[in-house]
Design a protein around this ligand. Sequence first.
Ligand SMILES: NC(=O)c1ccc[n+]([C@@H]2O[C@H](COP(=O)([O-])OP(=O)(O)OC[C@H]3O[C@@H](n4cnc5c(N)ncnc54)[C@H](OP(=O)(O)O)[C@@H]3O)[C@@H](O)[C@H]2O)c1
Length: 323
Amino acid sequence: MTHAIRFHAHGGPDVLRWEQVDVGEPGPKEVRIRHTAVGLNFIDVYERTGLYSSKLPTTPGREGAGVIEAVGSGIRDFAVGDRVGYAADRGGAYAEARVMPAERLVKLPSAIDDRSAAALMLKGLTVQMLLRQIHRVRKSDIVLIHAAAGGVGMIAVQWAKHLGATVIATVGSAAKQDAVRALRADHVLTLEEDWVAQVKSITRKRGVNVVYDSVGKDTFMQSLDCLRPRGLMVTYGNSSGPVPPVAPLELSKRGSLFLTRPTLFNYTATRSALQRAADELLDLAARSVIKVHVGQTYPLQDAARAHRELEARQTTGSTVLLP
Ligand SMILES: NC(=O)c1ccc[n+]([C@@H]2O[C@H](COP(=O)([O-])OP(=O)(O)OC[C@H]3O[C@@H](n4cnc5c(N)ncnc54)[C@H](OP(=O)(O)O)[C@@H]3O)[C@@H](O)[C@H]2O)c1
């Protein structure tokens, strides 16, 4: 028997319970992983509250690292003992062990330890999607990145700087500004000030090429105001709540803007797309071009406390749960 966090009803962090589960044996093309580290993501909160649907009872968690301890039939590329990491399109990571399809795994290079991998796989692949697939960020770009001191945000700032872009970053309050300045962001604003006016002043009224907005409801309309004509709005999260319906005319009157609402799993749907994105990410991390900031760890059993602190904006960088 192994232990896992499960919830039987949607709700606040208190619905997360530490229970005994039987994860079973891997079926064809599946493996069983013994987790050494599990990544915490805001998506886990959406799943817990019911904003994203899941069948109950369920074990949340879509990011992890560990060692393969059993393989099912038809597995050629992985073997017992391999160190692997993953970003999964469904829950199950908040567990001492899990069974999952081998095609979602990537082998971890020795330069990347398990905690870093658990902090990096889903968040870093998300950044690869944002900066390398949705829009290929260039030196001439000015990009606006919200929640820059968060898990995804810290990786995004470093990667955008590596690509040579000018980075305007926002954080919720002054307490988190220094953490983002240390990543060489060109400007670090707080959401407490008139950040739209600041963006306009920094860009000499032109606006930015791209906004990467994971905050959602609280920042969406103002983010549109920061774009230059034909700029791109990437709304990819709901940390403050989901964005309400928006009229296409709002895009037209601000200068023929583009709007997308991406999901990572559409950008890593095939094995080759996943491996290509992971190779790029893991190479940058192994060379320390991207440094993983694990701001806090919690025992996996204390996942409820980790959720509370993530939602209360008390975390910085990535958060890792330890089985
Ligand atoms: N579309 C995709 O495929 C995809 C994939 C992965 C992640 N995401 C999204 O990316 C975002 C970042 O994910 P993450 O796991 O790295 O989390 P995170 O950014 O570390 O999340 C916490 C941060 O969100 C910010 N925030 C802003 N408004 C908030 C509010 N009202 N309540 C709580 N926090 C608020 C806070 O930063 P400040 O204190 O600085 O305000 C907080 O520290 C999430 O929105 C997530 O849904 C999307």
